[in-house]
Design a protein around this ligand. Structure first.
Ligand SMILES: Cc1cc2nc3c(=O)[nH]c(=O)nc-3n(C[C@H](O)[C@H](O)[C@H](O)COP(=O)(O)OP(=O)(O)OC[C@H]3O[C@@H](n4cnc5c(N)ncnc54)[C@H](O)[C@@H]3O)c2cc1C
Length: 347
């Protein structure tokens, strides 16, 4: 399939999704491409049921509710989503004497566009596996998980959470409400997560609601068709202890794989794409990088930062499609096109 479109968005995470909204306000159409089997990026893949508290005007939303709200918000606009395909190639092409980009996926689709938005987050990501364990994936979804897809999986179970960061702390607190027992396992008695989360976790420990196992590392996993127990090694004493276990949740973070992005001849800063903060264009004209994938002085990997970035980048994309024209600016309350689409205004 070959298609021409105003904006190709690589990555259908929250920032990719919101790009459709901002582009739609200016009458621009997008296609979204993602190598996952669903939209929502990290929110949908890594922490769908984790609460988010820092979306402006939304005091509380789970990550999946946030994604669902973004999907609802872009409903008035025409866009297409191509899932389960990775963008592998990005090539400059000429058409009618004008410069375009050709974006090709590993499924043989090609998109011709003036504007490429790389909203690729951490790149293609894979959860880090536990060290020292041969093939932990033989128990995947049979007692071994790397993300919480549904809290019900852990209900009334003996759960062991491994890790020392925010995810491990957040899920220890959250799942302690429903699990039969919660054991937090970490190789040292110091955590990298938010201080208030650590304090909450330690309070649960003092109330006997969480069993904190430090300094321990995993030694082995036991079971036939599913996990039945786990052995842990005490880092100090070197003693090995075995515990009954139903669910082992490994939250060691992600291996970020930039993969094909490294080959697109775009200037990088470490593993992120360098952009200017005026319009979030990369060092190549017409290629923008928005959301977690980009880097600039003061960058914060937060959803709201990505929303700001893509709003400005879309303005530049409009100028590239309509050279010399002023970018229309107006509040959404006075955007008659949007209101007609929402059915608030009649034709
Ligand atoms: C546990 C955890 C908790 C968090 N909590 C919060 C929070 O409370 N508040 C907050 O603001 N932020 C939070 N964040 C950060 C937030 O999730 C990110 O800032 C946000 O997801 C970035 O969105 P994005 O659209 O830039 O990228 P992502 O969400 O990473 O989406 C990028 C998408 O691009 C796809 N992709 C990559 N390369 C390709 C390719 N070559 N071809 C096709 N597709 C590709 C990936 O599959 C992915 O779906 C949290 C992150 C984690 C891990």
């Amino acid at each position: 399939m070959k298609k021409e479109i105003d904006i190709v968005v690589i990555g259908a995470g929250p920032v990719g999704l919101f790009t459709v909204f901002e582009a739609g306000l200016l009458g621009l159409k997008c296609v979204l491409i993602d190598n996952l089997d669903k939209v929502g990026g990290q929110c949908a893949e890594l922490y769908p049921e984790k609460p988010i508290y820092d979306i402006p005007g939304v005091p509380f939303q789970t990550a999946q509710e946030h994604v669902d709200a973004l999907i609802e918000q872009i409903k008035p606009f025409d866009y297409e989503v191509f899932l389960e395909q990775r963008v592998d190639e990005l090539l400059g092409v000429k058409k009618d004497d004008q410069e375009f980009w050709s974006v090709r996926t590993n499924m043989g689709n090609e998109f011709i566009t003036k504007n490429v938005f790389i909203a690729a987050g951490a790149g293609s990501f894979e959860p880090r596996r536990p060290p020292n364990i041969d093939d932990p994936d033989k128990f995947k979804d049979k007692g071994v998980t790397y993300a919480v897809r549904s809290k019900s999986t852990y209900k009334d179970k003996n759960v062991f959470i491994f890790g020392g960061g925010d995810s491990a702390l957040d899920w220890t607190i959250e799942l302690s409400k429903i699990a039969k027992s919660i054991n937090l396992v970490h190789r040292r008695d110091a955590f990298r997560g938010a201080l208030h989360s650590e304090e909450q976790m330690r309070e649960l420990v003092s109330k006997g609601k969480v069993n904190l196992l430090t300094p321990y590392v995993i030694e082995d996993i036991f079971g036939t068709s599913s996990v039945t127990s786990v052995s842990l090694k005490n880092f100090d004493t070197k003693e090995i202890e075995t515990f009954d276990a139903d669910e082992l949740l490994f939250l060691f973070g992600l291996n970020k794989k930039l993969g094909p992005i490294l080959e697109w001849d775009i200037e990088l800063n470490s593993k992120k794409i360098k952009v200017n903060t005026e319009n979030f264009e990369t060092t190549r004209s017409g290629i923008f990088a928005v959301g977690d994938i980009n880097d600039y002085p003061g960058k914060l990997d937060l959803i709201l930062s990505g929303f700001h970035e893509t709003t400005l980048a879309v303005q530049e994309a409009y100028k590239r499609i309509n050279p010399g024209e002023r970018v229309p600016f107006g509040y959404t309350t006075s955007n008659s096109k949007l209101q007609k689409k929402l059915g608030v205004l009649k034709d």
